[in-house]
Design a protein around this ligand. Structure first.
Ligand code: ATP
Ligand code: MG
Length: 311
């Protein structure tokens, strides 16, 4: 059976709420604290696994309690974790997030084990590539390893989907190894050097990304929808109207669902629609991983919107 592999980061988010953000040297009483499983790699793996496709995550955790909790959470979501290495020499990746009463935040990210991903992880990835419908990656692990993984996938004939987040300059030699790139508006703006704030700009941006060598460029436009450009066609999929609560991980939901749809053999237009549906559903629930829909909720949504007959 075809499967999806995600090669990427795994983080524990440590979230603190305070009336206002502290200044340097200040000790402040906060109002709330909670932990939440995150990391773009883990989020996208959970997004795919919940939709019912066999999904393997290749990455690293530290030899700490966060690592053990994260691993258990991934497993509970149906992600296959035998490709995750526990690196006893370091800490798990964490994001220390402080949110004030107005919703302003500060975030400190410690890459921990994610930052130590190296050739050993590429070997674990390579040994799993056979029978893989898509390799999904992001930029929370070393860029050189994303490049090595893309090369390995190309050699194995496995399509590469890259979410260039958090955005950084992409080396010219990486673009041609990417089959589908999925930036959001801000990431697209940074990659092409002009504001991508609507469909027309997304069209120009995707043409540039395609000229640099990617096969298909998909620009995620938040509550407006998704623009997509391939060799054969360009099209726009409007966002599904929903009551949005919090759009955290909407993009991760999109990427996971896109990969699942392609693994199930759906044409690209429908796969993009699946991504948009998963993104919309995740916007209706708070949090990152808790907001990612399972297959039952997903199918019910497609049915409710009259889209279930199309596949
Ligand atoms: N408020 C919303 N209502 C309906 N659909 C939405 C909404 N927000 C996002 N989506 C859908 O999800 C897709 C991805 O969302 P978005 O563009 O916000 O990605 P993102 O910025 O990468 O998100 P993140 O990085 O926080 O996971 C959008 O293209 C859209 O189809
Ligand atoms: Mg994103």
């Amino acid at each position: 059976m075809t499967k999806v592999i995600v090669f990427g980061s795994i983080n524990m988010d440590l979230v603190t709420r305070t009336p206002r953000l502290p200044v340097a040297g200040e000790t402040l009483q906060g109002t709330e604290f909670f932990t939440a499983s995150g990391g773009k790699g883990a989020n996208q793996a959970v997004a795919a696994a919940r939709l019912g496709i066999p999904t393997q995550l290749v990455g690293r955790l530290g030899g700490d309690d966060f690592g053990r909790q994260l691993l258990a959470g991934l497993q509970a979501s149906g992600v296959q974790i035998d490709g995750v290495l526990v690196d006893e020499a370091t800490s798990s990746g964490v994001a220390i997030i402080t949110v004030d009463g107005a919703g302003e935040n500060t975030i400190v990210i410690i890459a921990g084990a994610n930052g130590r991903i190296d050739e050993a992880d590429i070997d674990r990835l390579k040994s799993r590539l056979a029978g893989t419908a898509a390799l999904l990656m992001q930029f929370e692990i070393p860029l050189s390893m994303v490049h090595s993984a893309a090369l390995a996938a190309r050699q194995a004939g496995v399509p590469v989907i890259l979410d260039p987040a958090p955005v950084q300059d992409i080396p010219v030699e990486l673009y041609p190894l990417v089959d589908i790139i999925t930036p959001n508006q801000l990431e697209a703006s940074q990659l092409v050097g002009f504001p991508v704030d609507g469909i027309e700009a997304a069209q120009r941006a995707s043409a540039i990304l395609r000229q640099r060598g990617v096969g298909t460029a998909i620009v995620k436009l938040g509550d407006r929808g998704v623009f997509c450009a391939t060799t054969e066609e360009t099209f726009f999929v409007p966002a599904f109207p929903v009551e949005a609560v919090d759009t955290v991980a909407a993009g991760d939901a999109f990427d996971g669902a896109l990969a699942v749809a392609l693994a199930e053999g759906l044409p690209l237009q429908q796969a993009v629609m699946w991504g948009a549906a998963a993104g919309a559903l995740s916007a209706t629930k708070a949090g990152a991983q808790p907001s990612l829909p399972d297959r039952k909720i997903f199918d019910a949504f497609l049915k409710e919107r009259g889209l279930d007959m199309q596949y």
